[in-house]
Design a protein around this ligand. Structure first.
Ligand SMILES: NC(=O)c1ccc[n+]([C@@H]2O[C@H](COP(=O)([O-])OP(=O)(O)OC[C@H]3O[C@@H](n4cnc5c(N)ncnc54)[C@H](OP(=O)(O)O)[C@@H]3O)[C@@H](O)[C@H]2O)c1
Length: 243
């Protein structure tokens, strides 16, 4: 294993994922840039490298078994392993998502990337992470996945539009995060979920109010937790999010 920290960020060609890659690279880490489109991947890697980041390309579609298996192999050969996995890739699944007016394909699309994709990538990377001295798994969730916030009828706690695809997919991702944290307790692998806040990216047609750099901060914090740091958490910049 290399003495430098090796990270993989999925969905790192744009938006928050790109800024997570840039932020981890600024720490002197080697960063695997995961992206499903070859051209977008090459452009992102070139831009990161021009900015001084030791970035390398990891072709990666989180919905594709063969792609994920090949990515794990590439990390082994290119970087000698993996210390930090940031499961950032995400989709809304499309619209409409309003209860009473939804196609199950919309739900399936959201769950395929936001939940099954995270599990697929995590399973493939776990053998590498188990060999790391300070392994971390960061799952990019969302505050809209909070059942407490979804069920709050009014007030500040309530969040996000009505949704039977995106928000519930993040609720399931939260549960998946807890399950991995429980299973990996005592192994040194810290597993946490983070919410970037409402961030201006393609995901919401740039309606978000935070910059992608601001959105990346929570993931960078969770990626750099000390060895005695928390596991099984769900946080945003302001602190813990109620499940
Ligand atoms: N923006 C917000 O306000 C907000 C709030 C809460 C949580 N989040 C979460 O933050 C994360 C990043 O979102 P973002 O706002 O930065 O969105 P974004 O700009 O739309 O970026 C999403 C990234 O995921 C990638 N992706 C989608 N499907 C993929 C697949 N099958 N395999 C690999 N990569 C895939 C996209 O690649 P392509 O370019 O190829 O499509 C892109 O790189 C997501 O998990 C999102 O749910 C965002």
């Amino acid at each position: 294993m290399s003495e430098r920290t090796i990270a993989l960020v999925t969905g790192a060609n744009k938006g928050i994922g790109y800024e997570i890659a840039a932020g981890l690279g600024a720490l002197g880490w080697r960063v695997g840039v995961g992206a499903r489109d070859g051209q977008r991947l090459a452009e992102a890697v070139a831009k990161l490298r021009a900015g001084g980041v030791d970035a390398f390309a990891v072709p990666l579609d989180v919905t594709d078994d063969a792609s994920v298996t090949a990515a794990a192999r590439l990390l082994e050969t290119e970087a000698g392993g993996l210390d930090v996995l940031v499961n950032n890739a995400g989709v809304t699944g499309g619209v409409p998502q309003h209860p009473g007016d939804v196609d199950v394909a919309t739900i399936r699309a959201a769950v395929e990337v936001n939940v099954i994709g995270v599990v697929r990538v995590t399973e493939a990377m776990l053998p590498l992470l188990r060999r790391s001295a300070s392994p971390r798994i960061v799952n990019m969730s969302s505050g809209v996945g909070s059942l407490t916030r979804q069920s709050a009828s009014t007030g500040e706690e309530q969040t996000g539009p009505l949704s039977v695809a995106y928000a519930p997919s993040k609720s399931m991702l939260n549960a998946v995060t807890i399950q991995y944290a429980r299973a990996l307790a005592g192994t040194g692998i810290l597993v946490n979920a983070g919410c970037p806040g409402f961030t201006a990216t393609d995901l919401n047609n740039f309606r978000g109010v935070r910059t992608p750099q601001q959105g990346a901060a929570v993931a960078i914090k969770l990626a750099t937790l000390p060895d005695d740091g928390p596991t099984g958490g769900y946080v945003e910049d302001a602190g813990t999010i109620p499940w």
